[in-house]
Design a protein around this ligand. Structure first.
Ligand code: SF4
Length: 340
């Protein structure tokens, strides 16, 4: 019997943050000048992460995504990837990166067994990139995408957070770029999550608006009929180019959510919006066995009732959900700690 939560959602997908550090400061994730960081000694080492993954696998996890912060800042990351890739039960092993450090690492990542890669890219315009991410790194990101495209990952995706007045004039150029490099673009509605301290309802460009704008340029767009728990709804342009839209803000998909998140210091979060999580580092470091960890996972997931984005939508608020003063008290509330 698969492990199900209170809404009969299985535990399938685990997002593992390997660091809370990042080399960019994107407006929708890390807009403030100062941050509270996780203490170094609390960060899980690769053996600890692997041991936890085994317990999660025992309860049904078969998809793992490595996240951060920026995961490529974590030293010797391919060692962890190789270890995870050797587990037969993990059918899908992916990584999300901002791409800055990707060019020199793409080959090693592929060789270590990584299946899929997603690169965050919000703009093709250098000054917009600098304004959005606060570093002049667009060229290195594009070089990283080129390097990844040459490595033959099972899939290469580009994630774009669309923000009104910032990059919503680049929908077509980004799709065209994705087509050129062989990457599927996914447009993400701007979300009001921890770290998005400048979020406003007006700055969200909805799925409906994204589709309308693309149809005005390309002509009729057809939805792909797929039965999956993946967050993106996928569509086809008239020439069969596919792209995705993640409508977490205006049309959440909590009903089919099989994802949870492990922070770099071993806090297991059942939802992107969860205000607290389960400390799995403590029992692990106290010597818990695989069976004991598995039972902990089972006990926690079986009572899960999270549906954060749906609840957020029902609140119908115009401004940010989590005030800065709360973020400053607990690094675990930050988007860069919970891996987006
Ligand atoms: S808000 Fe929470 S429950 Fe809803 S899709 Fe996101 S992670 Fe899953």
């Amino acid at each position: 019997m698969p492990l199900l939560d209170r809404f009969a959602r299985p535990l399938r997908s685990l997002r593992i943050s390997v660091t809370d550090r990042c080399n960019l400061r994107c407006q929708y994730c890390m807009p403030e000048p100062e941050y509270v960081w996780l203490p170094r000694e609390s960060i899980l080492d690769f053996e600890e992460i692997s041991a936890l993954v085994d317990a999660f696998m025992d309860e049904g996890v078969d998809r793992v995504r490595i996240t951060g912060g920026e995961p490529l800042l974590r030293r010797n990351l391919p060692v962890l990837i190789e270890s995870l890739a050797s587990r037969q039960a993990i059918a899908d092993l992916a990584l999300t990166t901002n791409g800055v450090l990707l060019a020199p690492q793409a080959r090693t990542l592929r060789a270590s067994g990584l299946h899929r890669l997603t690169v965050s890219l919000d703009t093709l315009n250098r000054s917009t990139f600098q304004a959005l991410a606060r570093f002049d790194e667009l060229d290195r990101v594009l070089a990283g995408i080129d390097a990844a495209a040459a490595e033959g990952f099972r899939s290469l995706k580009i994630d774009t957070v669309v923000i009104r007045g910032v990059n919503d004039d680049e929908l077509v150029p980004l799709l065209e770029y994705g087509r050129r490099v062989g990457a599927e673009v996914r447009f993400i509605e701007y979300m009001d999550v921890g770290g998005a301290t400048r979020w406003t309802a007006d700055s969200v460009v909805s799925r409906r608006e994204i589709l309308a704008r693309l149809e005005a340029h390309y002509g009729p767009i057809a939805p792909l009929d797929e039965q999956t728990s993946a967050p993106a709804d996928r569509y086809l342009l008239p020439d069969a180019t596919s792209f995705g839209i993640i409508s977490s803000t205006t049309d959440p998909f909590c009903a089919s959510c099989d994802r949870s998140r492990l922070t770099a210091d071993g806090v297991w979060l059942l939802c992107l919006y969860a205000s607290t999580g389960t400390d799995v580092r403590r029992p692990l470091r106290a010597g818990a066995t695989r069976d004991e960890l598995q039972r902990l996972v089972e006990a926690v997931w079986s009572v899960r009732a999270d549906r954060g984005a749906e609840e957020r939508l029902a609140l119908d608020r115009e401004t940010t959900l989590i005030p800065i003063r709360s973020l400053k008290k607990d690094a675990h509330l930050e988007m860069h700690t919970r891996g987006g």
